[in-house]
Design a protein around this ligand. Structure first.
Ligand SMILES: CNc1ncnc2c1ncn2[C@@H]1O[C@H](COP(=O)(O)O)[C@@H](O)[C@H]1O
Ligand SMILES: [Zn+2]
Length: 348
């Protein structure tokens, strides 16, 4: 890619809606963590999947285990969160919804409440430092930890939604999709929804989740993560597609994550194409920019080169993401204004 093209993708204002904190840690910060903890004897090749490499989804989850060993104190969490926010800002992201799973106190030495407070502190510090990005937080539920922990996490998220000055806006359901069943999480998700938390749920990330997706769609969620196997061409069903379309639920699409995790065979065969042709609201996201060695500019550029999108179309894609965010109306309006002001400087 020539420099002008690279600059274009970095300069377009972007919205990132699907980013897991510990999967988003960049190379430099990761190396700092590794150097801080020499006793763990972790090589940096174990914390990232480089370009050209692919892993099974299961192997991806092994990578998170390694990263969690490296990020296990308040100091680490604060540093990681600040650097991730700064990196997104440097990549031209103007609005970011970060998500992270508060881990058990035995794993981090800090309570789940303190874990969330630490991430919020990082967001606050970045704001004070006038980093040019609006950051919101989604509290994540790891499905591997079962429904009781999920309910506990929802209650915590509820408290923070009321006390964080609008920073905590929603709940994420993530973790290894082959573990557990969505039906067990319905009470916790229903409760979250009833109290006003927005729901961003990983759905149909693997082929075996049809029944689960049908159940979850009845909540319904406010956004869908991946949705790789919803449509009939990928083994999904018309019923699933109809529900998603009728309810107009935006999809968070993460090209490199899906290609490197081998849930889609290639960029060309990514389901972006299917949903884009349906004109369904779809938002390009990174998922885990650290683990998958990418950034949001690169994802936009890959989508454009793979699917032949014009610069106008790329711009519309990034602008459309504003309305898919969980930001309050006033913030959406401000972002729209920002996009309108920047447009003549970037699209000429
Ligand atoms: C690749 N596709 C994916 N599918 C499902 N869950 C994923 C994921 N990528 C990341 N996570 C979830 O995010 C956690 C790491 O960030 P946090 O410690 O929460 O900040 C992982 O442990 C997993 O639960
Ligand atoms: Zn994800």
């Amino acid at each position: 890619m020539d420099r002008e093209t690279e600059l274009f993708y970095r300069q377009i204002p972007k919205v990132e809606l699907h980013a897991h904190l510990n999967g988003s840690v960049g190379f430099t910060t990761m190396n700092k963590l590794i150097a801080r903890k020499p006793h763990l004897n972790i090589e940096s090749s174990r914390t990232a999947i480089h370009n050209g490499q692919r892993r099974t989804l299961d192997e991806c989850f092994q990578v998170f285990k390694v990263i969690h060993q490296l990020v296990d104190s308040e100091e680490d969490i604060l540093m990681v969160a600040k650097s991730v926010i700064e990196e997104f800002a440097a990549d031209g992201v103007k609005y970011l919804e970060l998500r992270s799973t508060p881990r058990e106190e035995t794993k981090t030495g800090l309570s789940k409440r303190r874990y969330i407070e630490t991430v919020l502190e990082a967001i606050h510090q970045c704001k004070q430092d006038e980093v040019d990005i609006d950051v919101r937080f989604l509290v994540a539920v790891d499905r591997r930890n079962g429904p009781e922990v999920a309910m506990e996490t929802v209650k915590l998220a509820e408290d923070f939604m009321l006390s964080s000055d609008g920073v905590v806006v929603g709940l994420d359901l993530s973790g290894d999709p082959t573990v557990g069943h969505g039906k067990d999480f319905l009470p916790a998700l229903q409760r979250a929804k009833n109290c006003g938390l927005k729901l961003a749920l990983h759905m149909s990330e693997v082929p075996s989740q049809k029944a689960e997706s049908e159940l979850l769609l009845d909540l319904p969620p406010d956004r869908i993560g991946h949705g790789t196997f919803l449509h009939p061409e990928a083994g999904g069903t018309d019923i699933l597609v109809d529900k998603v379309c009728k309810l107009n639920i935006p999809l968070e699409l993460c090209l490199t994550s899906n290609v490197k995790g081998q849930t889609v065979p290639s960029y060309e065969k990514h389901h972006f194409q299917y949903w884009y042709e349906c004109k369904h609201p779809s938002v390009l996201c990174t998922d885990d920019k650290g683990v998958f060695c990418t950034n949001l500019s690169r994802e936009y550029s890959l989508a454009a080169s793979t699917f032949g999108l014009t610069r106008e179309a790329v711009w519309s894609l990034s602008q459309q993401a504003i309305q898919c965010s969980f930001a309050p109306e006033a913030v959406k309006q401000k972002l729209e204004q920002r996009w309108a002001e920047l447009r003549p400087h970037i699209l000429h």
